[in-house]
Design a protein around this ligand. Structure first.
Ligand SMILES: NC(=O)c1ccc[n+]([C@@H]2O[C@H](COP(=O)([O-])OP(=O)(O)OC[C@H]3O[C@@H](n4cnc5c(N)ncnc54)[C@H](OP(=O)(O)O)[C@@H]3O)[C@@H](O)[C@H]2O)c1
Length: 266
């Protein structure tokens, strides 16, 4: 039997994608397999997801599309095994790792996709950046795009933009959770229940996100539409404009971009 999708590395990100795929019914659980070193984790994940656990060598010879979900630092350990992959295409989830690095490891017949997903894939709200190896055919590109569209949205981008996308949407959810926490904590100090504060800021992120995507207005116009003279937003923005907020935010994103580049270079 050949499995449609195989997961090599079944940690947080791979599990989020697998759950999203199953929820969206993009693929049936009988068509998905994974490998995991720890037999206890393997047994409990096989039970929880209803997918098939295979030994690594069997997975590599019995799946069509392999999703590589190990850490970038673990790539060297798995390189000899990857060289034995006999399926058609590999989707890498690895931050920083280039298509060229992967193509040095994999058989030349394998189509490679470098992806950058994010954990909201778990609930069908992911954003995945995709770059393909030059040899990759249209049918394979479409198959991989539709896989990631089943767990959210996908963006096909030049590989040179992948480090920046990694910072923005791969790591982005963590930055947003941190901002949400700070805002809800401040609100809680001012008598708004913390859970209500989280609900209010989460819905504000969702609403503002839709406005950014759908209103066709610039960020400046959208800000002006909230900012009335002498109002609460103006008070907050004046404080923001006189603080190093923009500088700090740029430094945070740049640190994540630099780390992605560093992972690719090591
Ligand atoms: N987490 C995110 O939000 C996110 C977002 C975008 C991209 N990514 C990318 O996704 C990848 C995985 O990240 P993660 O957060 O999911 O990490 P993780 O939870 O640590 O998962 C890594 C997985 O790789 C497995 N693994 C490592 N070496 C292995 C080997 N030799 N044989 C078999 N399995 C092996 C680990 O197995 P054990 O359980 O046995 O250790 C673990 O299940 C990374 O490359 C990361 O850059 C993550």
């Amino acid at each position: 039997m050949t499995y449609q999708i195989g997961f090599f590395g079944f940690g947080n990100m791979a599990q989020a994608i697998c759950r999203g795929i199953l929820n969206s019914q993009y693929s049936h659980k009988k068509n998905i397999a994974f490998t995991q070193r720890d037999p206890h984790k393997a047994a409990s994940n096989a039970l929880e997801f209803g997918i098939t656990h295979l030994d690594l060598d069997v997975l590599l010879s019995h799946c069509d599309l392999l999703i590589l979900g190990v850490k970038p630092q673990q790539l060297e350990d798995v390189a000899d095994s990857l060289a034995l992959f006999s399926g058609q295409s590999l989707v890498s989830l690895l931050a920083g790792t280039s298509i060229s690095t992967l193509s040095d490891i994999l058989p030349s017949s394998v189509f490679i996709c470098r992806s950058m997903p994010n954990t909201p894939a778990l609930i069908g709200q992911g954003l995945t950046g995709l770059s393909f190896s030059p040899s990759c055919d249209t049918a394979t590109k479409q198959k991989i795009e539709s896989l990631f569209n089943s767990v959210g949205k996908s963006l096909v981008i030049e590989e040179s933009g992948m480090d920046a996308l990694t910072a923005v949407s791969g790591s982005g959810p963590a930055f947003i959770y941190k901002i949400a926490e700070e805002i809800a904590q401040t609100a809680a100090k001012n008598n708004l229940d913390y859970a209500h504060g989280i609900q209010a800021i989460a819905q504000s992120f969702i609403g503002a996100g839709h406005m950014l995507l759908e209103s066709k207005k610039t960020t400046q116009t959208l800000i002006q539409n909230v900012r009335s003279p002498n109002g609460t937003t103006a008070a907050g923005l004046e404080r923001l404009e006189h603080s190093p907020f923009s500088e700090h935010l740029a430094a945070i994103i740049q640190a994540a971009i630099n780390k992605s580049k560093e992972l690719g270079a090591s």
